[in-house]
Design a binder for this molecule. Structure first.
Ligand code: BEZ
Ligand code: FE
Length: 319
């Protein structure tokens, strides 16, 4: 509240905003009593950079309103089966930057890759070798196997391998009312030798959801919404840092063009096509594919992501 002088007119404090140059110091001063040092550091840096961004780009008021509406639309398009906020962080490269800051892969562990917006958690627990296609799912069969080891190659028994992927039509089950609940999702445990295996369908590349504000941005930037074909993994074991990653099965052009910058050289998987029956895969429909990938975990504390979505789209809700 302004004090009044003896004549009754308000006393104007000298330190009041009088022009553009005063705003940033005034805002930073208003936050000076923040007693959480990390919050102080983050918000001070954020404000300084955001204010500088505004000074650099000098938005018109119409542009400012447009930007605010775009941000609000991220929230409006976020629901139990779609997380537009995570998607925005992904297509802007921020998720991969944060991932690489926290997981640089320099301790002999498998490289990580971004979680993406379609991790549901609570996937069904499966027996070794089970098929994760829970409803009629088109596409060639994929038999995937691997090992979970320490960084020195020692097997880790009892590790959990949580896997999820899109169907060959390019939709995760949460986006597609035609697919069974938890289709192409499952959790496997490693045996004494650290091995695990499951059956699935060969994944295909797919577009990230383009029906919301993120899609509008991609179109305005003339960017492809496509992700290369991949399978997601969260590999965890007591006493080890949890690994969130993806294994890719696509050509170089698709890997380089990944709309969310998630593809990494170290995560390129291999697919072997089988056109003849194989004794290790009796009854496999021809042709089928096999793939193998070993995951190395580094010692540390397990830590699990909060699922960005919790449920499944209902019929007709689209994406
Ligand atoms: C995904 O791989 O599931 C994904 C990642 C980022 C954005 C959209 C989808
Ligand atoms: Fe994905």
């Amino acid at each position: 509240m302004l004090k009044h002088d003896t004549m009754g007119s308000p006393k104007i404090p000298a330190a009041l905003i009088a022009g553009e140059a005063d705003v940033t110091p005034f805002v930073l001063a208003a936050m000076a009593r923040t007693d959480n040092p990390r919050l102080m550091q983050i918000v001070t840096s954020l404000m300084s950079h955001l204010h500088q961004f505004v000074r650099d780009t000098r938005p018109t008021e119409a542009e400012f309103e447009f930007g605010l509406r775009w941000l609000a639309a991220l929230g409006q398009h976020t629901n139990e089966s779609n997380n537009e906020v995570v998607l925005a962080a992904d297509v802007l490269g921020i998720s991969t930057l944060v991932d690489l800051i926290n997981n640089d892969g320099t301790h002999g562990e498998t490289m990580s890759a971004l979680l993406g917006p379609f991790y549901r958690g609570e996937s069904p627990v499966c027996a070794s070798g089970d098929c994760i296609a829970r409803s009629d799912t088109s596409g060639a069969a994929l038999y995937f196997s691997g090992r979970v080891t320490e960084t020195d190659g020692q097997p880790i028994a009892g590790a959990t391998v949580d896997v999820w992927q899109a169907s060959p039509v390019g939709l995760y089950e949460n986006q597609d009312a035609e697919q069974a609940d938890f289709n192409l999702r499952g959790k496997f445990a490693t045996d004494e030798a650290g091995t695990f295996s499951f059956r699935s369908v060969r994944p295909a590349g797919y577009p990230v959801p383009t029906g919301g504000p993120v899609g509008a941005l991609l179109r305005a930037q003339q960017r492809s919404p496509m992700r290369p074909a991949h399978v997601h993994f969260i590999v965890s074991a007591p006493g080890h840092k949890t690994l969130i990653t993806q294994v890719f099965f696509d050509n170089a052009e698709a890997l380089v063009g990944d709309a969310v910058f998630g593809a990494k050289r170290q995560l390129a998987g291999t697919l072997t096509e089988h056109r003849e029956p194989h004794p290790d895969y009796p009854g496999a429909p021809l042709p089928f594919f096999t793939s193998s990938y070993d995951f190395r975990l580094v010692a540390g504390t397990p830590c699990f992501p909060i699922p960005p979505i919790t449920g499944k789209a209902t019929k007709g809700s689209g994406r």
